[in-house]
Design a binder for this molecule. Structure first.
Ligand SMILES: Nc1ncnc2c1ncn2[C@@H]1O[C@H](COP(=O)(O)OP(=O)(O)OP(=O)(O)O)[C@@H](O)[C@H]1O
Length: 440
């Protein structure tokens, strides 16, 4: 399925890989063992098209040459990478991370099926679909990272030290999961420092040192090899590694457990390859997504700027129509219990206008009953039935108060005439006051 021949990689003058030959077949777990700096990550990056160095040789996947191809095209060819440090998006939920893994064309049509397969593989992710990934344990985050890679429907899954930072129990669970993936027919190329457990699940393995493949074989053979035991399995015979196999130059000591690297952030270029669809190529990558304040700032920037507050136009209305508030006023009560005046912006019509309207109505010949009914309706509309009447407005130059008619005892028509006479006098005084003060 994957056939690598004569692969080399150099960062400037530093040769990180030299003439590497390697293959992975369908439904096979192949483990790469090597010390720090041996070139393991460079190998996976070169396969995935994200190595920053100069890469030469040949990487063929199912008959297609991958060298020189863009990373996203390589994903389309069926290779998915779970980078060292996981590269999950901590601000996103489990479901969102998984969905991001399905951006490849080869995965889109089968997204639902792939998701179901991932959730069957990691039942915990089903329970936690809505959980923000940064709040999950390291092992759970690793499940998300593998699940996301699986969402691209890969034929080959490559993993860079997936057990890093996991407890022994979680490591065991992780390797069991990888066996399940392999049993589904997917090839696995696994870079690991945990030689014991990785060799326990692997079919074959390669030892890499200083960028060169030193040894290859079946996993069982490697497990029993004294050199491998000495270097990677904590065996006592340190001199067991054959001098002939050892390359020239210093050999970095193996370090099976590297807790110091547990918090190492994912490599920029690895994250970019894992989710190219959501990465801004021109900016430094933030593997865990933008910070909440950045999201908030972006959201605010996208909103239209608020306009300066415009005074609400006062509707013109016929005199006989009571003022109707645009927003029903709900005057707050003061501590003394009196209703406060509505704020100017909320006031639907000015009280003087209403009062003037009432006076005009009187002068226009309306009866007292009509006037009272209109005033009551207007008051109800403006202040509500349960609210007290607004306080009387002081008027500096009001006409002389209308005297209360004195009812003479006697016939009712005489009393009625007296009342009418008083009303006419009041109307005449009001007319005189209006024309004298210039008010309407
Ligand atoms: N981007 C880079 N620029 C320059 N040198 C690099 C770069 N990446 C890796 N190297 C060097 O290439 C060599 C191989 O690095 P690589 O990361 O592949 O090793 P590794 O086996 O994965 O190590 P580790 O187990 O510590 O991750 C190292 O000497 C490293 O310093």
């Amino acid at each position: 399925m994957l056939e690598i021949k004569g692969l080399s990689a150099a960062y400037g003058q530093h040769r990180a890989l030299e003439d590497v030959n390697l293959r992975v077949d369908r439904g096979e777990i192949v483990v790469i063992l090597g010390a720090n700096g041996a070139g393991k990550s460079t190998l996976l990056k070169a396969i995935s098209g994200i190595c920053e160095g100069q890469v030469g040789g040949s990487v063929v996947m199912q008959g297609t040459e991958l060298l020189g191809m863009a990373a996203n095209r390589i994903v389309e060819e069926g290779i998915a990478l779970v980078p060292e440090g996981r590269g999950v998006f901590g601000d996103l939920t489990v479901a969102e991370n998984l969905t991001l893994g399905a951006y490849a064309n080869r995965a889109r049509e089968e997204e639902a099926g792939n998701l179901e397969r991932v959730l069957r593989l990691f039942p915990k992710l089903r329970e936690r679909r809505g959980q923000q990934v940064r709040t999950m344990s390291g092992g759970e985050q690793q499940m998300v990272a593998i699940g996301r890679a699986m969402m691209s429907n890969p034929a080959l899954l490559t993993l860079d030290e997936p057990s890093l930072g996991l407890s022994p129990l979680l490591c065991k669970e992780l390797f069991q999961s990888l066996k399940t993936v392999r049993d589904a027919g997917i090839g696995i190329l696994l870079v690991e420092q945990n030689a014991r457990q990785s060799l326990a699940i692997a079919d074959r393995g390669y030892l890499i040192e200083n960028g060169r493949i030193l040894q290859e074989g079946k996993a069982a053979e490697l497990r029993n090899d004294p050199a491998v035991q000495a270097a990677y399995l904590g065996g006592g015979n340190k001199g067991a590694r054959s001098a002939a196999a050892r390359p020239a130059g210093p050999v970095a000591p193996p370090s099976p457990a590297r807790p110091d690297m547990a918090r190492r952030p994912p490599d920029v270029e690895v994250v970019r390859a894992v989710a190219p669809a959501v990465q801004d190529q021109s900016r430094p990558i933030r593997p865990s997504g933008p910070a909440p304040d950045e999201i908030a700032a972006a959201a605010l920037a996208s909103l239209p700027r608020p306009q300066a507050a415009q005074p609400a136009p006062q509707p013109t209305r016929p005199i006989s129509e009571p003022a109707r508030p645009a927003v029903p006023p709900a005057p707050a009560r003061t501590t003394a219990g009196a209703a406060s005046q509505p704020r100017p912006a909320e006031r639907p019509a000015s009280p003087p206008a209403a009062v003037r309207g009432a006076a005009d109505a009187l002068l226009g010949g309306l009866s007292i009953g009509d006037l009272v009914a209109q005033a009551s309706e207007e008051s109800r509309a403006r202040y509500g039935a349960s609210q007290p009447s607004p306080p009387p407005r002081p008027r500096a130059s009001a006409p002389t108060p209308m005297p209360v008619p004195v009812l003479e005892p006697g016939r009712s028509d005489t009393r009625l005439n007296a009342v009418l006479s008083e009303i006419e006098d009041a109307a005449a005084r009001a007319r005189a006051w209006r024309s004298g003060s210039g008010q309407r």
